[in-house]
Design a protein around this ligand. Structure first.
Ligand code: GLY
Length: 394
């Protein structure tokens, strides 16, 4: 062996040893030992967060050291359990599984809560992740029950599931682009139960969204309000974007991820076409920063002095890994890798000095309400971990 090969071998062993010590599998290593150590320090903090059914961690105001905790009815409540399940799959460390088993049951009662479309996020991001690890009938039962509950929100005249029940004086039947994400619960429940109804409702919802939610440039509106009696579109509007005609970044991520996921279950090429077109809009946008992490809205006039949204980037990266698996378009893989490299750097990974059960900083929750701006938010971590798991296949 020559000197160069010998040194490479020693360096290789040293990197492997650091990765193993940090608990990260060699297949799910990100870019370097430094990055993996940075992430591993954050992962371990999830184990230290005290188990409490009323205190699902949602976000954090770092300046005041305040963790926002929510009960199971909050739309974000399933993500923490989901993060622990995904960390178990990433690292193989049983402690994450033990902790995930304690948190997951807290979301069970949401499978019968029909107050919003978010039953999909709450049930599938917790019990759906549990099912990927353990093939238990009780997990399947909760998922099927959740799907049944979500279907109570379907209006055949509109051809959609109703997203929200609030703002009744403004909207008659609001459907938001985020709702695409909840269709995974229906598709999966249909497979688990053999009940075609769940699949058919998911397809109807996706088709209605495809017809009405996109602009000519393939960006999407946040909210479409329908007439529940005729199914006519009343208004194309927003709640979380800059204005009705702006392009809310996370919404574009939900659309790309959502239609790619619908293609997984249906093989309908129209879904793949829309996912690709909206991905192109995102990837080629003149207001997208070089590191691939978008400002919270592509049309915020304050850009470049506007907050970023790491969660939008994480959703996009995870969606793009799946989109690549169907299209083999390497630009999706390269773009997802770029996002993951940026999010794994010390610019976006939360400082090790912050003692909190979060991984990433710099997400923006609800800019118009001045709520959760440029903060760690739980769902950014969820889609980041999912993206890492998907990345490990390539
Ligand atoms: N589903 C709500 C959000 O994306 O903020």
């Amino acid at each position: 062996m020559n000197k160069v090969s010998f040194i490479s071998l020693i360096l290789g062993f040293a990197l492997l040893a650091t990765a193993c010590k940090s608990g990260i599998n060699s297949k799910t290593k990100v870019t370097s030992a430094t990055t993996d150590n940075l992430l591993d320090a954050r992962y371990k903090m999830l184990l230290e967060y005290p188990v409490d059914s009323m205190s699902m961690p949602r976000s954090m105001t770092i300046k005041s050291d305040l963790i926002k905790k929510v009960p199971s009815r909050d739309w974000t409540s399933g993500f923490f359990a989901g993060n622990l399940w995904q960390l178990y799959r990433l690292t193989g460390n049983k402690k994450y599984k033990e902790q995930a088993e304690k948190w997951t049951p807290f979301s069970k009662k949401e499978s019968v809560n029909s107050n919003s479309h978010d039953v999909g996020f709450k049930v599938f991001c917790s019990f759906g992740e549990a099912l990927k690890v353990e093939n238990k009938q009780e997990y399947k039962d909760v998922i099927i029950k959740g799907a049944e509950t979500l279907c109570t929100r379907f209006n055949a005249q509109v051809g959609s599931l109703r997203s929200w029940d609030f703002n009744k004086d403004v909207w008659d039947f609001p459907v938001i682009i985020d709702n695409m994400m909840n269709l995974e619960l229906l598709f999966e429940a249909s497979k688990l139960s053999g009940n075609q109804k769940y699949h058919d409702i998911a397809v109807k919802h996706a088709n209605t969204t495809l017809k009405n939610q996109f602009r000519a440039d393939n960006s999407c509106y946040h909210v479409i309000d329908y007439d529940p009696n005729t199914g006519a579109v009343r208004k194309k509007t927003t709640l979380q974007g800059y204005n009705d005609d702006s392009v809310w970044a996370r919404g574009q991520g939900w659309a790309v991820y959502g239609f790619t996921m619908c293609y997984r279950y249906t093989k309908d090429p129209a879904y793949l076409k829309q996912a690709e077109a909206t991905a192109q809009f995102f990837m080629n946008n003149k207001n997208l920063p070089e590191d691939g992490i978008p400002y919270w809205d592509f049309k915020d006039p304050s850009i470049p002095n506007s907050p970023r949204d790491a969660s939008a980037a994480a959703v996009m990266a995870s969606g793009l890994y799946e989109l690549y698996s169907y299209t083999k378009n390497k630009s999706y893989l390269a773009f997802a890798d770029k996002i993951i490299a940026s999010l794994s750097s010390d610019k976006y990974v939360l400082s090790p000095n912050v003692k909190a059960p979060f991984i990433l900083d710099h997400s923006t929750g609800n800019w118009p309400k001045h709520d959760e701006i440029d903060e760690p938010i739980i769902y950014a971590d969820y889609y980041f971990l999912e993206a890492l798991l998907r990345k490990s296949k390539y």
